[in-house]
Design a protein around this ligand. Structure first.
Ligand code: C5P
Length: 246
């Protein structure tokens, strides 16, 4: 690969890193966005920040010129999820997720609601992602506690196919399943992968971890990184280190 190709590949990776703003402190979230926004385009607002500050959390990130992946992992009856999806779309986010375990009808109604609400408000519809299995779960937990008979790997692919059938744009899934999912669902089906740990970071509660580079090599479309950046003494340095590793 020539130098120019390498540079292009690297800048291409950079736009595909999502930083999880997992903090209840809006001031700290703001500070992180300010520090990282030259490197990072999309920030993930999850249940911690959203429960503490509501839609203001999303608006704060948008006002700083970044985009928002709203990670509330909707899982409820179809009507409730469809209405919650409409409210999320009105915030002007670029990605939203819901649990595949909520079923085909729930996902289909969310897709219809998202497209309709975006059209009514003249907004671009967000990418809708299905959550397959949490990356904090081990095979034993999935079998013994949750009672699913298949391996995580097979469930993730089956869930991805169901998400695609419902009209979703992709799934949130470990990069360990990315290749299989892309083989089954096609190269344009998004695989957004958390459970990422640079070599220098601890695992925390994540079981199936991969480095940023490994995750992209395995076919992840985007990677989500939280604590290795948000809990770093110097988040700016952490992201530059990750960027260099790609
Ligand atoms: O701090 P860490 O890098 O582990 O953060 C990962 C983020 O991705 C968290 O915000 C978590 O909620 C989210 N996530 C996950 N596993 C999934 C789906 C989402 O870790 N399957």
């Amino acid at each position: 690969m020539g130098r120019k190709d390498m540079r292009e590949k690297k800048s291409n990776y950079k736009g595909r890193i999502i930083v999880a703003l997992d903090t209840p402190d809006l001031g700290f979230a703001k500070k992180l966005v300010r520090i990282l926004k030259d490197e990072i385009k999309i920030f993930k607002v999850g249940s911690e920040l959203m429960t503490a500050h509501g839609p203001r959390a999303v608006r704060t990130v948008l006002e700083l010129g970044a985009e928002v992946f709203l990670d509330l992992k909707f899982h409820d009856i179809p009507n409730t999820v469809a209405q919650a999806t409409r409210a999320a779309v009105r915030l002007g986010i670029c990605m939203l997720n819901l649990h595949v375990a909520g079923g085909l009808q729930m996902m289909q109604e969310a897709c219809i609601a998202s497209a309709d609400e975006a059209r009514r408000n003249n907004l671009k519809p967000p990418k809708l992602l299905g959550v397959t299995l949490l990356t904090s779960l081990s095979d034993e937990e999935v079998h013994e506690e949750i009672g699913l008979p298949k391996s995580i790997n097979r469930i993730a692919v089956q869930y991805a196919q169901l998400a695609q059938k419902a009209g979703l744009d992709g799934v949130v899934s470990s990069a360990l399943e990315a290749r299989k999912i892309k083989t089954q669902c096609g190269p344009n089906f998004l695989v957004v992968s958390p459970g990422i740990r640079p070599e220098w970071a601890g695992r925390d509660d994540q079981r199936r971890v991969l480095s940023p580079r490994e995750a992209f090599e395995l076919g992840a479309s985007y990677i989500v990184i939280g604590r290795p950046i948000t809990e770093a003494d110097d988040p700016g340095k952490a992201i530059r280190q990750i960027s260099r590793s790609l």
